[in-house]
Design a protein around this ligand. Sequence first.
Ligand code: FHN
Length: 439
Amino acid sequence: PAKDTIALQHGAHRIGVRTDADMARWRSLRFGQFIHWGVYAIPGGEWKGKTYNGAAEWIRSWKELPHEEYDNLYRQFNPVNFDAQQWASQAKEMGAKYMIITTKHHDGFCLWPSKYSKYTIAASPYKKDLLGPMVAAYNKAGIDVYLYFSIIDWSHPDYRASLKTAADSAANKRFQVFVKNQLAELLQRYPTVKGFWFDGTWDDSWKRDGAFTDELEQYLQSIHPGLVMGSRLRADEKGARHFDSNGRLMGDYEQGWERKLPEKIEDVHGNDWEAVMTVPENQWGYNAQWAGHIKTANELLEMLVKSVSLNGNFVLNFGPKADGTFRTEEQQLMTQIGQWMKINGEAVYNGTYAGFEKQDWGYYIRKAGTDSVYMVVFNIPVSGSLRVKMPAHTSLVSVSLQQQTLTPELIGRNEYFIHLSGKQSDTPVVILLKTTSGE
Ligand code: FHN
């Protein structure tokens, strides 16, 4: 280690990004669909006429809803209208290339019939496994599946947030075995999944056992080589999460971008990263009454494009209803985003940071490993002139807007205006620059 780094046994085991094919695939997909689905969809943010003002999937922690009552909601969980094919085809229509499903959220309810828990879909009136058909349908539609898994488990008698006594430590050890068993079970049941998306790893009991998080990560990799797992799983032996005590990223990509995006390439320190985003401000599970600002398709597309322009993936969350259908607002968003992606998705998939100076009109995305750079324009200036400053040693060869050639105006040394005078658009405009690089 360098002079000012400390020796760590359970810190990052890799410097720089993963370079294997499984990780390259994850990186190329760029757009994902997140789904938060569980028994919390039944109350949908309301209980006995009162509205909970937290996130709907957290309603069990609200004093107005006794745990006893929440923990019996599964007896009513019967998503008779769940249609895996339909879910998959609408995700495909939207342009998602991967999806992340909550196999188990903080409440502990399992969407699969786990043999390690009684609190699962098997005990509900629906009885049937939900994950199996979901994984099959999404895969058939060409979409990779990732499994969200909460470490925090409010239903498990051995879960401890902190370890104060020897009995707590013993319970925690049993809980770790349970976690390991459930994860191995998921991989064994759904072998086509590409990775885990861990959550609920912030409690002291988890953070203080960095060695276990490290062993678990290696164990999962050993039984399912190539698995992609973000930085939320890990802690080092000093309790540092995501980044070890030397500031190095643990896990395969930075998983801290929740409902926020980096501003500039320096913010991501050369790491792979992914952002997860809600449609309303902070609701993941189904909430019957969305409040506050509801993001529009254009706002979400801007976040997607911005993420890709900074080398990241973007994952948009949906919270289906308890019966297995999606609310109208979400269906409309999927359709609107999909309409744009169908025509312009080529600018997003396999996109990377382009190395161009940022301009106010929008974002540049480079098709990985090529001289093709897309300009995704969100703000056409009143002048109609888009400024393009070429990076050093790069020259502009041609400019086109949907097969139509545009003639750039040279306005300075290697600096151009691309004129869009008179052009108006309700959706982002994509311009393709062909460039050459070299000394
Ligand atoms: O508490 C959860 C929350 O309900 C939701 O699942 C999000 C998704 O990233 N994760 C946690 C908060 O970080």
